[in-house]
Design a protein around this ligand. Structure first.
Ligand SMILES: Cc1cc2nc3c(=O)[nH]c(=O)nc-3n(C[C@H](O)[C@H](O)[C@H](O)COP(=O)(O)O)c2cc1C
Length: 245
C-alpha cells in the first residue's frame, strides 16, 4: 500500500502526549502542506489561530467540557472559517458585502475542514498525534472573544497536536458497502446496515485494550445527538455575519 493510503487507514485520535515540543519549522511546513487542499472557487476561506498562552488553553479546555488534552498538547490550533478577506475583496471590487449568504458559509466551513484534515494527516505522517476539538463550540462566543475574532470569522473546531504518549486501537469504520450507493440512494438497507454495524462495534467496545464498555454504534450516536445540540449556534453564526440569508 502506498504511504498516503496507509496513513489514512492508520488514523486514530490521540489525546495523550509526551512533553516534547513540535519544532516551529515543522509546524510551519505542515500548515503549508495542508494549504494544498482544494478550495471552493479558490477563496481559501480559513485562518488558524495558534494558542500557546496557558490561561487561554485552560479557558478553552473548560469550554470544551474539561478536555485536558487541550492543555497538554504541544500545539493547540483553532481552525476558523474566515470570509473576512473574501468580503474585503468584494468591497474593494465595488461588488458589495457578502450579506451572510448561507452558501458562502458552507464553502468557508468546507474549505476550513478540508485544510484541517490535510493538516491532521500530514502531522500523522510525521509521527505526530492529533485530535479535533469540536467542544470549543460549547461556547463559541467566549472562544471568539478570547481570540478577538472579527466579523466574518468563526471557530469551527480546535486541533491538538503532539507527540503520542500512547497509541489507542483503530476504531472500525462503517463498511464501504454501507456508505457507497450505486446510481441512487438505497433506502431499503438502512436498518440491516445499522444492525450489522452495531454488532461489529459492540464487539470492538468489548474487546478493545482500554476503556471497555458494553455499547454499540446506535446507542453512542443517539446519546451524542440527543437534545437539540448547541442551540446557540445559529444566533452566534448570525452575530459573526454568517447564515443571514
Ligand atoms: C469535527 C470533529 C470534532 C471532534 N471533537 C472532538 C472533541 O471535542 N473531543 C475529542 O476528544 N474528540 C473529538 N473528535 C474526535 C472524534 O471523537 C473521533 O474522530 C471519532 O470518535 C473516531 O475516532 P478516531 O478519530 O480515533 O478514529 C472530533 C472529531 C471531529 C471530526
Amino acid at each position: 500500500m502506498n504511504p498516503i493510503l496507509e496513513a489514512q487507514l492508520n488514523h486514530r485520535s490521540i489525546r495523550s502526549y509526551t512533553d516534547k515540543p513540535i519544532d516551529a519549522t515543522l509546524l510551519h511546513e505542515l500548515i503549508r502542506h495542508a494549504q494544498g487542499a482544494a478550495s471552493s472557487s479558490f477563496i481559501q476561506a480559513y485562518s488558524i489561530i495558534r494558542v500557546n498562552n496557558k490561561t487561554s488553553r485552560q479557558t478553552i479546555a473548560s469550554v470544551a467540557g474539561g478536555q485536558h488534552w487541550v492543555k497538554s498538547a504541544a500545539e493547540f490550533l483553532i481552525i476558523c472559517a474566515d470570509l473576512r478577506r473574501v468580503e474585503m475583496a468584494c468591497v474593494n471590487q465595488e461588488l458589495g458585502a457578502l450579506e451572510g449568504n448561507t452558501e458562502h458559509f458552507i464553502s468557508a466551513t468546507v474549505d476550513a475542514a478540508l485544510m484541517a484534515q490535510n493538516l491532521m494527516l500530514g502531522a500523522e505522517s510525521e509521527g505526530l498525534g492529533a485530535v479535533f476539538i469540536g467542544g470549543i463550540r460549547n461556547d463559541p462566543e467566549k472562544v471568539s472573544e478570547l481570540l478577538d475574532l472579527p466579523d466574518q470569522v468563526y471557530p469551527v473546531f480546535g486541533l491538538c497536536l503532539g507527540w503520542p504518549d500512547a497509541i489507542p486501537e483503530l476504531k472500525p469504520r462503517l463498511p464501504v458497502d454501507v456508505i457507497l450507493h450505486d446510481e441512487s440512494y438505497d433506502k431499503d438497507r438502512t436498518a440491516s446496515d445499522i444492525a450489522a454495524y452495531d454488532e461489529q462495534i459492540e464487539h470492538y467496545y468489548k474487546e478493545r485494550g482500554s476503556n471497555q464498555r458494553s455499547s454499540n454504534w446506535s446507542e453512542q450516536t443517539a446519546k451524542a445527538v440527543q437534545k437539540k445540540k448547541r442551540e446557540h449556534m445559529l444566533e452566534f453564526l448570525q452575530k459573526q455575519g454568517f447564515v443571514k440569508c
